[in-house]
Design a protein around this ligand. Structure first.
Ligand code: GLU
Length: 281
């Protein structure tokens, strides 16, 4: 049987201006799709109406074009795809995989002993029973969490990092799939869309390796075959800090206005070694 033709996606979140880290990731997405003779879909992940702004989405299209990145389909906007996400929520609920949770991310952070860069593990004692038999018509009004199989090792092969193994309940806990304010959470939206768009390889930054383990559980619960994964390195500034959208001076826009070429932008940052970044993986 011939494998399905390569379909990749560029998936920016328009909460700020793109920086050199995004440039590196999107260049990799583009190169891998072109090298495979595949198709690329541009998907704007503007699902969160509080944080996403249309002006960042248009700036992003401009920056991608400046980087020499082309796409074959889109832009497709997640804000217009609620039915795809609602269908996934309905199926997860019917399968007894998710439950309504009164606890917010903030509660989980407050309950954790020490400050975490990653989201701390959700305490099991806060877990609620699934409610597949109760008449919830819409997800609004409460956080919906996916119940992870405690102690199960979730392993996968990453195209760059190699073998990755994370343990459910230790490295990550029950996670939100739909927010109280009626916004689908990132993990659910990305999986539902990657399935709906028949994505064959997900290329993104290695800060999302733990998310991939969560997402593999969603693929299984939804009865879908996961794509391949390739997690690129994160770029660092000269002080060794991960680049973030808050560093406005390092935005692609500012660097371009300062006269830099895309190549010069990419050459001026170092990438951190993977092992130091994620000692547990
Ligand atoms: N939209 C996400 C981001 O900008 C990437 C999601 C993904 O590639 O799965 O970080």
């Amino acid at each position: 049987m011939t494998p399905p033709a390569y379909i990749g996606r560029l998936a920016p979140t328009p909460t700020g201006l793109l920086h050199a880290g995004h440039a590196a990731t999107f260049r990799t997405v583009h190169e891998r799709a072109r090298a495979a003779g595949g198709r690329l879909i541009l998907r704007i992940e503007d699902i969160d109406p509080l944080r996403c702004k249309p002006e960042f989405a248009s700036a992003c299209l401009e920056d991608l074009t400046w980087l020499g990145i082309t796409w074959d389909e889109g832009p497709v906007r997640q804000s217009e795809r609620r039915t795809v996400f609602l269908d996934a929520w309905t199926r997860l609920r019917a399968g007894g995989f998710i439950y309504p949770s009164p606890h917010s991310r903030r509660d989980v952070e407050l309950a954790a002993q020490a400050p975490h860069e990653e989201e701390p593990v959700f305490p099991v004692e806060w877990r609620q029973p699934a409610t597949e038999s109760l008449p919830w018509k819409t997800p609004a009004g409460v956080n919906w969490r996916f119940r992870v199989p405690d102690g199960e090792a979730i392993s996968f092969h990453d195209g760059r990092v190699g073998a990755v193994e994370l343990v459910a309940g230790r490295d990550f806990g029950d996670f939100v799939v739909w927010r109280r304010d009626d916004v689908p959470a990132y993990e659910l939206a990305v999986v539902a869309d990657d399935i709906a768009m028949s994505i064959t390889e997900v290329v993104r930054g290695e800060d999302l390796l733990v998310s991939t383990a969560r997402q593999l559980l969603l693929y299984r619960a939804l009865g879908a075959t996961p794509p391949k994964f390739y997690h690129g390195p994160l770029l660092r500034d000269t002080a060794g800090r991960r680049l973030a959208k808050r560093d406005a001076a390092l935005s692609l826009r500012a660097l371009r206005e300062a006269g830099l070429t895309p190549e010069a932008v990419l050459d001026s940052f170092g990438s951190a070694p993977h092992v130091a970044e994620n000692p547990r993986i």
